[in-house]
Design a protein. Structure first.
Ligand code: SF4
Length: 623
């Protein structure tokens, strides 16, 4: 949290302190009438003079501050707590909850605030005890709207998705992730409500519908001073000045608070980049031959659109083994990420698996209920995303985020979990981990953040780690370090690593086997060395030729784009872009053929083309 500016704190503190200690000050009775000295000026016993019936002005001003601030604070606080809770529930749970929380507030918003307050106070009678619930009702819709809008923004962020992926329960995500991230706007709304409530209380008191005379309030003082404005103008000045200064001080304090609690407002510290270590030799581990950690079988995914259901993933099968890295590669729109999201139960609401199964630990995870999936996510299955800055919760320190994941899956004290978090940060190569657990994500460099995300993902020793383009947002130096780290961790723990990427140089560096996807289907599968040396599908060869050449010359682009799922051609989906297409390619849809040692291709002309699909060699140095 940034240091709070001292001036607004001091100003509001002074006003609040003066109001609090008023009963203990040696002040004249604020309601004692002294008609003989009406409108008397300054004196030693009446520092600000006496009003139209001889009451002490300073005493009434301070006692009036108590009444105004108490009504404003408690009405705003009540509106803030109830409104924020309703807005968060409506925005997070949506559906019927949204109707009865957010939409119901629209009815209240239809009434002008002053008219609503006048109506209720007229019905219930004046007094501070009536004003608090009335003003709370007036300000409630504002808090609901602010919290609701904040939740809708925050829930779409990757770090909320990442929390789901790491197995956090919805209530915990709401309280620990969503709520802190809407704190800034809610605080601003609180400042506006406080300032507005002070004015509204004064206005209602001025109209005789607020604080009941002879009890002092600023509104009553302004109302009474009207009649003697010509003889004693200062009687009007003092309460107006008190009102104005109080509102200015409260606005300044809340702006300062908003800036202080919003971690995005803190300027990031400059961090030096670590030097590129030597790349590891490309010694890729061999497939173990055991049962796969995850076996995806004939999975199709459907998405409901206004134009009907589309199938962006169709009949996809693959498996990953213990200690193996499987790369899934393809252009945007090839469907490579959707299967990984389906395995973790993280498909967006409009998408669902329509057929097939994904076996993990003997269970079909596509059919598991959400509570069972939540136990697996962040535990034995984990995922890391492309952009660590948007995947980490900006409102919590790195150490707190790691301990939360650890404690969600393992009973452990906060202290022990923090010690584990320090070890994890050290394990992923973050220097000074004891200090780094205390920093916020924006205080780390991009590479450090991705290492921290990896630390969270491996916190509970997963058997399966799905990495969705984890190096795309990083520069090449950091990318190489992160790839090396993932490879080391996989070797150490023996987990199965599914690496989703569009970059074949990255595949060359990290993978044992490759699945090439195009337009929602697997078009080629094989071990890295074989597939790179002798591609059996023109799309794979085109991808290899599109990698940036080492000599600095321009890569060959692939003409055209991936067809949309509802505009797939009848025959081979790659035919419109394929320079080897024949009439038969456009007439029939090619089947996925399995060749020796698990090699697969979905090209009906692979026998004719074998050896002719000359790829440009892709090396680790291009990664
Ligand atoms: S089936 Fe025909 S169009 Fe499709 S990739 Fe093979 S050669 Fe090209």
């Amino acid at each position: 949290m940034k240091r709070l500016s001292p001036f607004p704190v001091a100003a509001v503190g002074l006003i609040a302190f003066a109001a609090l200690i008023t009963p203990f000050l040696p002040l004249p009775d604020p309601v004692r009438i002294d008609v003989a000295n009406r409108l008397a000026g300054f004196s030693a016993s009446h520092w600000l003079g006496q009003d139209e019936v001889g009451r002490d002005v300073l005493s009434r001003l301070l006692w009036g501050a108590r009444a105004s601030l108490m009504v404003a604070f408690f009405s705003s606080l009540a509106a803030c707590i109830i409104g924020t809770a309703l807005g968060v529930l409506g925005g997070f749970l949506r559906g019927f909850t949204e109707i009865i929380t957010v939409r119901a507030m629209d009815v209240v918003l239809c009434f002008p605030p002053l008219l609503l307050a006048l109506l209720v106070v007229t019905l219930l009678g004046p007094g501070a005890s009536t004003l608090i619930p009335v003003l709370a009702l007036v300000y409630l819709p504002g808090f609901v709207r602010v919290a609701y809008a904040g939740v809708l923004t925050v829930r779409a962020q990757d770090y909320v998705e990442a929390q789901h992926a790491l197995g956090a329960a919805p209530a915990r995500i709401m309280l620990r992730t969503v709520l802190p991230n809407i704190g800034g706007p809610v605080l601003v709304q609180f400042s506006l409500s406080m300032a507005s409530a002070v004015v509204l209380e004064s206005g209602l008191s001025f109209l005789g519908l607020g604080v009941v005379p002879p009890a002092p309030s600023w509104g009553l003082m302004i109302g009474a001073a009207r009649s003697t404005m010509a003889q004693a103008p200062l009687l009007l000045l003092w309460p107006c000045l008190a009102l104005t200064l109080t509102i200015l001080a409260m606005n300044a304090l809340c702006d300062a608070l908003r800036d202080a609690v919003d971690p995005h407002g803190v300027p990031p510290r400059k961090r030096g980049l670590r030097l590129l270590p030597d790349l590891l030799p490309g010694l890729l581990p061999q497939r173990s031959g055991k049962e796969p950690v995850l076996a995806v079988r004939d999975v199709s995914i459907g998405i409901d659109t206004p134009a009907g259901r589309i199938q962006p993933v169709r009949g996809v099968s693959w498996e990953v083994y213990e200690g193996e890295t499987l790369a899934i590669v393809g252009e945007s729109g090839s469907g490579k990420s959707l299967t990984g999201l389906a395995v973790l139960g993280l498909l967006p609401g409009v998408a669902e698996p329509t057929s097939g199964a994904a076996y993990f630990g003997g269970r079909d995870v596509l059919r598991l209920p959400e509570p069972e999936l939540r136990k697996l996510r962040g535990g034995s299955m984990a995922m890391i995303f492309q952009d660590p800055l948007s995947s980490l919760n900006p409102a919590h320190r790195i150490g707190d985020q790691i301990t939360e994941i650890i404690r969600a899956h393992r009973p452990m004290s906060e202290k022990a979990a923090m010690a584990e978090a320090v070890k994890l940060l050290a394990k992923v190569g973050i220097p000074a981990p004891e200090q780094r657990v205390k920093v916020y994500p924006h205080e780390m460099s991009g590479g450090m953040r991705q290492r921290a995300m990896i630390a969270m993902a491996i916190a509970n020793n997963p058997k399966l780690l799905i990495a969705d383009e984890p190096t795309t947002a990083l520069d090449v130096t950091i990318q190489a370090q992160v790839l090396e780290l993932l490879d080391e961790l996989k070797r150490e723990s023996g987990m199965g690593l599914v690496f989703i990427t569009h970059s074949l140089p990255v595949v060359a560096e990290i993978a044992d086997r490759v699945i090439v996807m195009y337009a929602g289907e697997v078009v080629e599968q094989g071990r890295v060395g074989e597939l790179f040396a002798n591609p059996l599908h023109p799309y794979t060869a085109a991808l290899l030729r599109s990698a940036p050449p080492e000599d600095g010359s321009l890569p060959e682009g692939i003409p055209g784009t991936v067809p949309l799922p509802h505009l797939l051609p009848k025959g081979c989906a790659f035919a419109p872009r394929c320079q080897h297409r024949a009439p038969a390619c456009e007439a029939d849809h090619p089947e996925l053929e399995t060749l020796d040692e698990g090699r697969q291709t979905r090209c009906m002309r692979w026998r004719d083309l074998e050896g002719r699909l000359a790829p440009r060699p892709v090396t680790e140095a291009q990664a």
